[in-house]
Design a protein around this ligand. Sequence first.
Ligand code: KG4
Ligand code: ZN
Length: 330
Amino acid sequence: MKILGVETSCDETAAAVVEDGVTILSNVVASQVDIHARYGGVVPEVASRQHLLSINPVIGRAMLDAGTSWDDISAIAVTYGPGLAGSLLVGLCTAKALAWAHRLPLVGVNHLEGHIYANWLDGDVPPFPSVCLIVSGGHSDIILMRGHGDYVRLGRTRDDAAGEAFDKVARILDVGYPGGPAIEKASASATNAEGYPLPRAWLKGSYDFSFSGIKTAVLRLNSGIDDPKPTADIAASFQQAVVDVLAAKTVEVAAEYRAKRIIIAGGVAANKLLRRTVAERSEIPVSFPPLALCTDNAAMIASCGYFRYDRGETAGLSLDVEPNLKLGQK
Ligand code: KG4
Ligand code: ZN
């Protein structure tokens, strides 16, 4: 069964064709990173306009790369939230129009659930129950996944998301855009990777996160006029502190809920120190998506869409965007 996935929740215009939820036939991403770089962050209005220009060529390319005709497609899966309203609308309206024109079922996908399914695309299917750490530019959630479509949110950020903290600290340190990869690169040349004991918000008794305090601490450290600190060492100390908390809480939750697998997902899952640290500390196997599937893409949306469609979860053409959509919230 071939599913066309469409993703436009933030600044990547993406389309992909995935077979049976696990085999990528095509995966096209038109990145807007160069367009937003000059502003140091995503400008929503600019993102929506760029999606409008890219969406049809990107879908056309995905169909061509997959060697698929519309008759071969079983359903169209599209992200309807969370994300930027204007960006989401472009993907959703396009997917609805295509579903109507080609008489195909429409499947609405939660972007966060999509990130989890990036782990279904590299051949090793995770068992249940799994504990998922979703760390992106907008979210830092710990989710217990008891089966397909069965989620309980156990922790979330109380302020900044992990990726957002990387982006803000990269701006403070002026190391480049986007912030996550820039901090990772700057950290690589550190001579003292744990040189500064930056605060870790453990929030004892809870699996929630908080990353706003560490951002302020970096700001203070970086403005030390009399005692200038090496940027690479500050970047590495920051990365170490964030990874330390993410890894510790995830491993703790996995043990408490007797999970069979830890699943890391979202843009920050591309971070090598995070991947290494969770794998080292965990007593159970850990899944990470291939690097190219950590950040936003439509293959993960098509994979998730396959499992939703399999459960009969199709949407009508009245489906609307939900910019604040949650996952696993009671
Ligand atoms: O999942 P994603 O592509 O978009 C959202 O759904 O938000 O995640 C983007 C976030 C950005 O904050 C970016 O700085 C972060 O993921 N990121 C990283 C790395 N690559 C991307 N953070 C840390 N290390 C990385 N290598
Ligand atoms: Zn994302």
